[in-house]
Design a protein around this ligand. Structure first.
Ligand SMILES: Cc1ncc(COP(=O)(O)O)c(C=O)c1O
Length: 365
């Protein structure tokens, strides 16, 4: 359905939405307006604060760099920001860039279950803390952070709260209008939408400096011609994800729990990474004691698309697993399994059987 919705905009409707000088361009411009209108209703958020980006990476960069620089410009000095050591690189790296620019950054370690302690968070506030960035759900271990509580703690202190919702949005219920986040990033391709598009949702009074200049698109916050087919695809993907959320949540959670209990029955010595209760319904991440990580992945690859870390880790051992106390060896012999809308009960049975056999063979050899 997403591909079908995008299809006319790759061909006959190829106009430029930034120009209104002819019918084709007017059509493109109206398409963007309609998409923005629809998104505003679906996400219950004002239209003018929805900024289309190329994905969650850009949304995070615009949120963090854009807000921090605007604040420093306003106050005359760089201040202090807080995040978690388990955040995605698309948050950690822009913050490290801010450090090079003179800001002070605290990277808090979460508890052993992957979830931040609110007490530790509050203790880490400094006089000039102005921004906290904590993700909705971790991309590797799937744990859910208490973002509503964090948003409220930040609000009571006048601190801006950013959340990277790339993994959580569309998989768990999130009322963006009730949440209290000032900056909210999401990505198209995490919800079966196209790659190369995302959104930054900015609260009414949150100041942002643009990262790029050129045209006056996106209220001057993100110059550049919008990719009409991708905007249409993202809108459709969000519509479907929200419509099917409850149903998909229940199915995925049942399948994931079946996978976890089945693996535990067959393989002794599995260590779950991250809380099971506060977790995305489609995520499993565990360490298998006593097997070589590289052999494990090599033997499983022909049968199962699995990983040990994140696509953005460049092959290094997972910083998330190390942050929750796994050793280097344990991090390497960990498996991250994600279930999707097309995963069936049979797939789960096959995965249990294959993984158990590979682990049995490796432990024997
Ligand atoms: C939590 C999180 N943030 C950001 C990103 C980057 O998103 P994008 O590929 O849309 O830039 C990802 C993608 O893996 C992610 O999982």
């Amino acid at each position: 359905m997403v591909v079908e919705a995008m299809s006319p905009y790759w061909g006959e409707h190829w106009g430029n939405p930034s120009s209104r000088e002819n019918c084709l361009n007017l059509h493109a411009s109206a398409t963007i307006s309609l998409a923005r209108d629809k998104l505003s209703t679906l996400l219950k958020t004002p239209q003018k604060r929805l900024i289309f980006t190329s994905g969650a990476t850009e949304a995070n960069n615009l949120a963090l760099l854009g807000h921090a620089r605007a604040k420093a410009f306003e106050t005359g000095s760089p201040g202090h920001l807080i995040t978690l050591s388990t955040e995605h690189h698309a948050v950690i790296e822009p913050l490290r860039q801010l450090k090079r620019e003179g800001f002070r950054i605290t990277e808090l370690n979460p508890e052993k279950d992957g979830i931040v302690s609110l007490e530790n968070l509050v203790e880490s506030f400094e006089k000039d803390t102005f921004l906290v960035s904590v993700m909705v759900a971790n991309n590797e271990i799937g744990v859910l952070q208490p973002i509503k509580e964090i948003a409220s703690i930040c609000k009571s202190r006048g601190i801006t709260f950013h959340t990277d919702a790339a993994q959580g949005f569309g998989n768990i219920p999130i009322e963006i209008d009730q949440l209290g986040a000032d900056l909210f990033s999401l990505s198209g391709h995490k919800i079966y939408g196209p790659k190369g598009i995302g959104l930054l949702i900015i609260s009414e009074d949150c100041i942002i400096q643009p990262l790029q200049w050129g045209g006056n698109q996106e209220t001057g916050l993100r110059a550049g011609t919008l990719p009409v087919p991708l905007v249409v695809g993202l809108t459709k993907a969000i519509e479907i994800a929200l419509k099917q959320l409850d149903k998909n949540y229940q199915i995925l959670k049942t399948l994931r729990n079946k996978l976890w209990s089945g693996l535990n029955l067959q393989i002794p010595g599995l260590i779950l990474n991250g809380s099971l209760e506060q977790r995305l319904p489609n995520n499993l991440n565990f360490t298998i004691e006593g097997v070589s990580g590289s052999l494990l992945h090599k033997k499983l690859r022909p049968y199962i698309s699995c990983s040990s870390g994140s696509a953005c880790n460049n092959g290094s051992p997972s910083h998330v697993l190390m942050s929750i106390g796994r050793t280097l060896e344990e991090a390497k012999s960990s498996l991250r399994l994600s279930l999707g809308r097309e995963t069936t009960f049979k797939d789960v049975e096959i995965a249990i059987e294959r993984i158990s056999k590979v682990v049995f063979d490796l432990r024997k050899s």
